[in-house]
Design a protein around this ligand. Structure first.
Ligand SMILES: *[C@@H]1O[C@H](CO)[C@@H](O)[C@H](O)[C@H]1NC(C)=O
Length: 433
């Protein structure tokens, strides 16, 4: 009973409370309403851009820029597909190399289509094993206005929008001769020498080698004549940029390289940068877990590190994409400011991740097969001593590990082209300083 009484008492109190509460609520409501009407005359949900911008600025900007970016990418891919089909029509008219070119064209088209389907609509992640991130970035829209004269030359020289490019001045004339002789021998037509002086230009013309001499009044070219090795290395990345801007993929080649097969038949073309390695076996060329031992740490004495031998900046295939062009700009920019080795800078920019105060480059990369794209350490340390490996026919040989380049290049020609079995024997494994 007591409980009930108490209960009814409570009810009475509650009712009188409720009455005054309703009055308070109405007053508060009216006050709030007028305050809101004053501060938000157009209502809470109006799409007033300044207010939205202020409140959600960061988020909105990100969304709209990524939407914008993917529309841009789709457009680029559309034009890719378009230009590839145009190219196809053009090719059908050509009798020479018809089937091979078509095959390559189809390859490229598939890449573009694949890209389009990945970027075109949002995807749910499929089951494990079916999901693949993007490594083949869309190509840039060609811009002939960058260098109309070069654009004209490239129209004639390139095959499937790609070519081999080498920079040369008259100091490397003898090596250049072996270089283009080996290239012609395997039937490659899409190559170009960027001649850095008159002598080399004349030499190329005399030998029926496609050559492109820069206009002397172009600022960066004064480096070509007076600059040392490293200045010329910086120049290489600036010149390369124009080729990419014009929409071409470039197989950049030093001249201390002998061609034994056509490299264009051995590329994957799925990454921004596909490069030969300075490594000499599976681990060093393709990467490995290098355990660092610090015994004083006791239980945690082993620290695992990632290692890979550097990419060779004297032989790499680079696709005309934004990350590729960004790479060239970063390397050229740093070489103009620092006294640094271009190959070290090239690798640092490619591989170091983003970290506080630094945005890493997000370019996709692929290491070439080190037996097909062989450096001279692999040849002189391993291959020439191994009966099975000796039978293997590399695509190119780069005499990058030895200073006596010219005689070694000649010996490589003797061995692989003329079948002279002992041609490689006289040379020591490493240089004797
Ligand atoms: C190196 O890797 C290839 C495959 O990538 C494999 O066939 C070969 O056996 C490996 N060589 C050695 C010495 O492990």
């Amino acid at each position: 009973m007591a409980g009930r009484r108490d209960g009814s008492l409570m009810r009475d109190k509650t009712q009188s409370f409720r009455g005054s509460r309703i009055v308070t609520a109405i007053v508060v409501g009216v006050l709030l309403g007028s305050v809101c009407a004053f501060f938000f005359p157009r209502g809470f949900f109006s799409l007033d851009p300044p207010i939205q911008g202020r409140r959600f600025g960061k988020l909105d900007l990100q969304t709209s820029s990524s939407q914008c970016e993917s529309t841009e990418r789709i457009n680029m891919l559309r034009s890719d597909i378009g230009s590839l089909s145009d190219k196809n029509d053009e090719l059908k008219k050509q009798v020479q190399d018809l089937t091979e070119k078509l095959r390559l064209a189809e390859q490229g088209k598939d890449h573009a289509r694949e890209q389009f389907s990945v970027l075109g609509k949002p995807h749910k992640a499929g089951p494990p094993g079916t999901v693949k991130g993007l490594r083949t970035n869309p190509t840039v829209i060609p811009d002939d206005s960058v260098n109309p004269r070069l654009a004209k030359i490239l129209e004639d020289v390139t095959v499937q929008k790609e070519l081999i490019v080498a920079l040369a001045n008259s100091n490397v004339k003898a090596m250049l001769e072996i270089w283009f002789t080996s290239i012609k021998r395997v039937g490659i037509t899409n190559y170009l020498v960027v001649g850095l002086d008159d002598e080399i230009e004349e030499f190329c013309i005399a030998n029926d080698v496609p050559v492109y001499k820069r206009d002397p009044d172009e600022g960066i070219d004064s480096i070509a004549k007076t600059g040392g090795n490293h200045a010329v290395s910086g120049l290489k990345f600036r010149i390369l940029r124009e080729f990419l801007q014009l929409g071409y993929s470039v197989l950049l080649s030093d001249v201390d390289i002998v061609y034994l097969q056509n490299p264009f038949n051995h590329l994957y073309r799925d990454s921004d940068v596909e490069s030969m390695s300075d490594g000499h076996n599976n681990m060093t060329a393709y990467g490995f877990n290098d355990v660092f031992d610090e015994p004083s740490m006791g239980w945690a004495r082993y620290a695992h590190t990632m290692r890979i031998w550097v990419y060779n900046s004297g032989f790499f295939y680079i696709r005309p994409t934004l990350p590729s062009i960004e790479l060239l700009d970063r390397v050229a920019g740093r070489l103009s400011k620092e006294k640094a080795w271009d190959q070290a800078v090239f690798n640092e920019e490619l591989f170091f991740p983003s970290h506080p105060g630094y945005d890493g480059l997000h370019a996709s990369k692929r290491t070439m097969d080190f037996y097909l794209f062989m450096n001279s350490k692999v040849l002189f340390k391993t291959v020439r001593k191994d009966a099975n490996l000796k039978k293997l026919k590399p695509v190119i040989l780069h005499v990058n590990y030895h200073p006596d380049k010219l005689p070694r290049m000649k010996a490589i020609m003797e061995f692989y082209v003329n079948g002279k079995q002992d041609a490689l024997e006289p040379f020591p494994e490493g240089s004797q300083w």
